[in-house]
Write a new protein. Sequence first.
Length: 344
Amino acid sequence: MKITFTLITLVLISMAMNSALAQDVQYSQFYANPLYLNPALTGASEGTSMGVNYRNQWPGLDQSFVSYSAHIDHYIFGANSGVGIIFNRSEQSMANLSVSEIGATYSYRARLGFRSFLRVGGQVSYMDRDAHFGNLVFGSQINDQTGAIGDFSGENLGADFRHQFVDYSLGLLFNNDQVWFGLSTHHITQPNISFLDGQFSQLPMKISAHGGYKFDLSGGAARSFMNKTTGTRELTLAFNYKNQELFQQLDLGAQVNLQPLVLGVWYRGIPVSSVMQSNHESVIALVGFQLASGLSIGYSHDFTLSSLGNANTGGANEISMRYSFLAGSAKGAGRKTSMPCFKY
């Protein structure tokens, strides 16, 4: 019985080490994390922008999945280029696994017409995957008479595993004043993510297609009686499709920008698919504020629609904060273009 239990445990460990976290984190406020979505969005604010994102997935369960992200990017007017740095980390308590990433991004903006542009970008990242198995309990440690757990399992398995590798991503994005469409490809070389020597497990390539259309609801501006300032009124419809090996997901949503207030709603899942069963994952509600100082704050909650149930999972909570400003030389800033993308 002890041998069987130990073998099963080792099989589960191997599966966790080679498969867990192979699917990328999916942020609900993906436009509040632009470099994570598409490296071509580096410098898209045509100023300097810095931001942080936090996501707590299914807080109602005993085991947690928490993700963090931070970025800073800057647009160089004289070179029509954007440069940036992004840091990502995710932690999964069930398997004691974490993934950390630090990457450098670059994009170039080319003018296609009077108000039309094409941005091309790339990213190079250093990845670190860490698995801690010091808290695992093997069958050989359990006394089958008393249930007491001994100190030594007899297994020659280290308490900590780490694996580092370099990762590459590419992206492009077209936009004018009302429409945008982008494509991004992450993990182009599909690097080996296995912790075990002699084993090979690829990190699947992730492909994303995203875009939308912005409707001006006020002819460009409207008077806000609350703060006696002039702000925009816009309705934006958008989509984001992601495919990573067998996993695919479609986000459809709308946001209303009543500056400084932004309200949004998303549907996440695959409503119709000839390849896989329909997957109604969640409905996402968002509220955000964009202040005149350049500070933006957003909060969203995912209401689970799948068989897991929102009451069991607690959905997901996500918070974003960004600060945008004009740093350095303002030469060329008069040519600044307005990206019609979602705010969050």
